[in-house]
Design a protein. Structure first.
Length: 191
């Protein structure tokens, strides 16, 4: 069966390198992996007081969108050696209320992106820490730390080298294999 892959981009800016890399990844996904970009920028900051019978509509829409997916790909920059607050907020929103986390059990992939050399290692690892409590099995290998990203993309946001393109394609192939290993039956989310 075709798998639905939620793609969450950790940056909100229009010219985000992370979003360009996410698009480059989606363009190289196997045909049996359908990428769905789910936006996190309009989610009100998580507040338990608002999470009663009528939570903010944006939270409900976000939770519903993730529920329709079989797995989640995170493509994120690093802010102060961790993940951007907006991405953490999306994880918090999706994880609640208790016992109803939309992330529980969903396989995940992580690609971290930075214009600097370290490839947002801190962000990549910080995100993995949250998967322990979220109970998300994350693909361990291959890892993807996309450093020096400005040099990898042309003015149109396309990857310049065939090496980079192949790396992204292989990552998506491995992710599909990982998702099918964790969830052999495909989409059958249950909280
Ligand atoms: C950054 N940046 C950054 N880069 C990095 O490699 N490690 C870091 O810890 C930080 N910290 C940081 C904090 C804040 C608040 C901002 C706004 C930026 C730089 C960051 O990598 C750069 O702005 C990227 O271009 C952001 O990713 P997008 O928006 O291009 O996807």
């Amino acid at each position: 069966p075709v798998l639905q892959l939620a793609v969450l981009v950790g940056s909100l800016r229009a010219q985000s390198y992370s979003r360009k890399i996410a698009k480059a990844l989606a363009a190289r996904a196997p045909d049996s992996l359908r990428c769905r970009f789910i936006e996190i920028g309009e989610l009100p900051l998580y507040n338990e007081d608002l999470d009663g019978d009528t939570p903010p509509a944006a939270w409900s829409a976000f939770r519903a969108a993730i529920r329709e997916c079989d797995a989640v790909l995170f493509v994120t920059p690093e802010y102060n050696r961790s993940i951007p607050g907006g991405l953490k907020n999306a994880l918090d929103v999706g994880s609640r209320p208790p016992g109803k986390s939309v992330f529980k059990g969903l396989p995940a992939g992580v690609v971290s992106v930075s214009p600097s050399k370290i490839g947002a290692f801190g962000s990549n690892q910080a995100l993995r820490q949250t998967f322990v409590f979220l109970d998300m099995p994350v693909m361990q290998q291959p890892e993807a730390y996309i450093g020096n990203v400005a040099e990898l993309l042309d003015d149109n946001g396309a990857v310049k080298s065939s090496d980079t393109a192949l790396f992204l394609e292989n990552f998506m192939g491995a992710l599909e294999t990982w998702i099918r290993t964790v969830r052999p039956g495909g989409s059958s989310f249950s909280a």
